[in-house]
Ligand binder design. Structure first.
Ligand SMILES: [Zn+2]
Length: 288
């Protein structure tokens, strides 16, 4: 059975912490480097539901995408929700390790998993990492569809292939427009509009899109936007990461058991669609 330090070294080789953004907080949050690891749980969010799941599962390590403490803290008192997470982990001998922006830009990274879930053919990164001579690492991915389809069909593909959430899929653009090329970026892609436009793709699929950037992008046309739940765009990475650790475990004869949490930790819980025809462009019942 491997020690935690050996498993972490393998994970750090997949997603080197030095490649994380400056503002990020990646790496091991808690855990004894000498403890033995036999079961690993992968999840997007290190929240209480996930650590409770890890306890039930008998996991020794949780690998999460999002940091627990991004901005530092002065307390892990169990009355705070993050402190309770830390207490639950330590009391149950469970380590927590975070791979965030270092996993976003990796090869393969978060957006490779997202593109893979949608069966898109990747042609390269959206924002290439200049230090990668092979041109494979970087933020987001530019992809092609094997067969062009309408924006409506593409949105339906995203809804069917990504894990189910209350939010579902939101689309900005002409539903009948043809989609041949797509940029994808797991998580919040609001800051990437310039690069997406420079890439000249038909659609940008990401999460957390806001009114003004979307409105301005649509006014400049013809780029269409597809907005999925943040959690749903990053969850495919958990399966990819678990498969990567499985392969490492097999190579070393570690016999690790890996699990991917299916708990939906997207914070949005209800989506009540307005009762309006989708083509409606005026407020029903409002004076003209
Ligand atoms: Zn995220």
């Amino acid at each position: 059975m491997p020690r935690l330090s050996e498993v972490i070294a393998a994970l750090d080789a997949l997603w080197p912490p030095s490649r994380a953004e400056q503002w990020d907080a990646v790496g091991t949050v808690c855990g004894d480097p000498d403890a033995e690891v036999s079961r690993v749980l992968f999840a997007v969010d290190p929240v209480q539901d996930i650590v409770d799941e890890a306890v039930k599962l008998g996991a020794d390590l949780v690998v999460a995408h999002h940091p627990l403490y991004l901005r530092g803290t002065t307390t892990v008192e169990a009355g705070t929700f993050k402190g309770r997470v830390v207490h639950t982990l330590i009391k149950n001998d469970i380590a927590l390790h975070v791979a965030h922006t270092n996993a976003d830009t990796a090869d393969p990274g978060v957006s490779d998993a997202l593109a893979g879930a949608l069966d898109l053919r990747i042609t390269g990164p959206l924002v290439p990492d200049p230090t990668d001579s092979q041109g494979r690492r970087g933020l987001g991915r530019i992809c092609e569809l094997d067969h062009p389809e309408t924006l409506r069909a593409f949105a339906e593909r995203a809804a069917a292939r990504l894990p189910r959430t209350a939010q579902g899929i939101r689309v900005a653009g002409d539903p009948e427009a043809l989609v041949r090329t797509v940029a994808v970026s797991g998580g919040s892609g609001d800051s990437l509009f310039d690069q997406v436009r420079a890439a000249g793709v038909d659609v940008f699929l990401t999460a957390d899109l806001r009114h003004h950037p979307v409105s301005e992008a649509r006014e400049r046309g013809p780029l269409a936007l597809v907005d999925a739940a943040h959690w749903a765009t990053e969850w495919p990475w958990c399966e990819q990461a678990a498969a990567q650790l499985d392969a490492i475990s097999e190579r070393h004869g570690w016999g690790l058991r890996t699990h991917v949490s299916r708990t939906v930790t997207d914070p949005w819980t209800v989506h009540a669609p307005s009762d309006l025809p989708s083509s409606s462009s005026s407020i029903s019942g409002a004076p003209n």
